[in-house]
Design a protein around this ligand. Structure first.
Ligand SMILES: *Cc1c(COP(=O)(O)O)cnc(C)c1O
Length: 433
């Protein structure tokens, strides 16, 4: 049996333990939801205040030049590039993940239609994040294509001659299952299919090598593992072989080759800059920049490889503690055990009908009870079929320690054994889960 002492010993040996000091974690909170919204870095409030008071307040419009506002999407993009196997100058931080996906999927469809005019289909995974599927549905309607949705194990067999583009999320938001990006991309290319990878649950969480995998297009999120704050700008990467081939559909003036010439005709900037649209949110970009600096602070301590090995060790410990200490309460594991096949989260399942009076699974109420005790994870509803209700716990090795795993699971054990989660106040669904 694993003990609290064992967990403390792991913290004592952890080369990354000092990085927690870079974050403003509230007292009494064990935060296992950095996969939804990362924690506030200590440096962010001061940096944002400086942007507001000095750069905006005093510099005013001069700051587009003097404070480097104009190139901020590229400067922040270069920091992201180093985390995802892209090269400097290939990434911009801008807009939301949904909007960036619209841009790259449009470009991918246009390229595929030029190279393979007979192809009529976009392929994705049924359990992909809904916004990704909605954007794909909208673009398929617009271009007269069909969206084909399959289960993960069916992807290889579904790469038939009708498929133009394969759009996947690298790490599944619901289960934490991770695709082998290099293998899936190679299979797609062998079938003449372009790939679009959403890195929302990957960037800053697992090592990613877009060039190593020879991927085509990618987007990802700034407010999850990159700690950029609520609604932080997302990012977009396009392989240089495609970047100049088509206009992206949101051809705003910031993607123009010379925006300040104010010419009536659109002339797209070379490379990734054309994936910008309008004037950029400088305060949000400054906050994202601070979030990225917290990840870069891990570089001298082993960087993404060290973060990855700690994240896997945290999840392994969490799963082991749940199995040792919470047995007999109807919990299962949705996340693959194989480290090569999972991201940075552990998702527990509950059976349908295990809730109060057989209504639901009780997973939502258990998560609410844990949150009331300061252990913050989240709940994701099942689909009544293949996917059960999920209690989702994300592990951000920058600010989570091994002792946290002990306390989180001890709270879970108490919530289950006392039946505290059955109280009505924990069974009322709120707007954001
Ligand atoms: C979090 C997430 C998003 C979020 O998209 P927004 O445009 O920021 O709301 C999109 N896709 C995936 C796969 C995600 O996990």
């Amino acid at each position: 049996m694993t003990t609290l002492q064992d967990c403390r010993a792991l913290d004592a040996q952890d080369p990354l333990r000092e990085l927690r000091q870079l974050f403003a974690l509230p007292e009494g909170v064990i935060y296992l939801d950095g996969n939804s919204l990362g924690v506030l870095p200590r440096a962010t409030p001061q940096r944002v205040a400086e942007v507001v008071q000095r750069e905006w307040g005093e510099g005013l419009i001069r700051s587009w030049n003097t404070a480097g506002w104009f190139e901020l999407p590229q400067r922040v993009g270069d920091k992201i590039a180093g985390l995802i196997g892209a090269r400097p100058g290939e990434v911009v931080a801008t807009d939301s993940t949904s909007v960036n996906l619209f841009k790259v999927l449009s470009a991918a469809i246009l390229i595929a239609r030029e190279d393979h005019p007979a192809r009529t289909c976009v392929l994705s995974e049924r359990s992909n994040f809904p916004t990704d599927l909605y954007i794909a549905q909208a673009l398929c309607r617009q271009h007269g294509l069909t969206l084909r949705l399959v289960e993960p194990e069916e992807i290889a067999g579904a790469l038939t001659p009708e498929v133009a583009v394969l759009m996947l999320t690298h790490v599944n938001y619901r289960t934490g299952a991770m695709h082998d990006m290099a293998a899936v991309t190679a299979a797609a290319h062998a079938a003449g299919v372009l790939t679009v990878w959403d890195l929302a649950h990957s960037a800053g969480a697992v090592p990613v090598d877009l060039h190593g995998a020879d991927a085509d297009f990618s987007v990802g999120c700034g407010y999850k593992y990159l700690n950029g704050g609520p609604g932080a700008p997302a990012f977009v990467w396009v392989h240089p072989r495609h970047a100049d081939r088509f206009w992206q559909p949101l051809a705003g003036w910031w993607g123009h080759a010379a925006p300040f010439e104010f010419t009536p005709d659109y002339r797209p900037a070379p490379g990734i800059a054309r994936y910008l649209c309008g004037t950029q949110p400088i305060m949000s970009l400054a906050a994202l920049d601070c979030g990225l600096d917290t990840l870069l602070a891990a570089a001298p301590l082993g960087g993404m490889a060290a973060l990855r090995s700690k994240s896997l060790a945290l999840a392994d410990l969490f799963i082991r503690l749940v199995e040792e200490r919470c047995a007999g309460h109807g919990l299962g594991l949705a996340t693959p055990r194989d480290p090569a096949r999972r991201g940075s989260q552990a998702c527990l399942t509950r059976e349908p009908g295990a809730g109060v009076d057989g209504a639901g699974s009780g997973a939502y109420a258990i998560v609410q009870t844990l949150i009331a005790r300061g252990v913050i994870g989240d709940f994701r509803a099942g689909d009544g079929g293949r996917h059960k209700d999920i209690l989702r716990f994300g592990f951000t090795p920058l600010y989570i320690g091994f002792e946290d795993m002990w306390h989180a699971v001890e709270h879970l054990r108490q919530v289950l054994e006392t039946g505290e989660w059955r109280q009505p106040e924990f069974n009322q669904q709120q707007a954001v889960t």
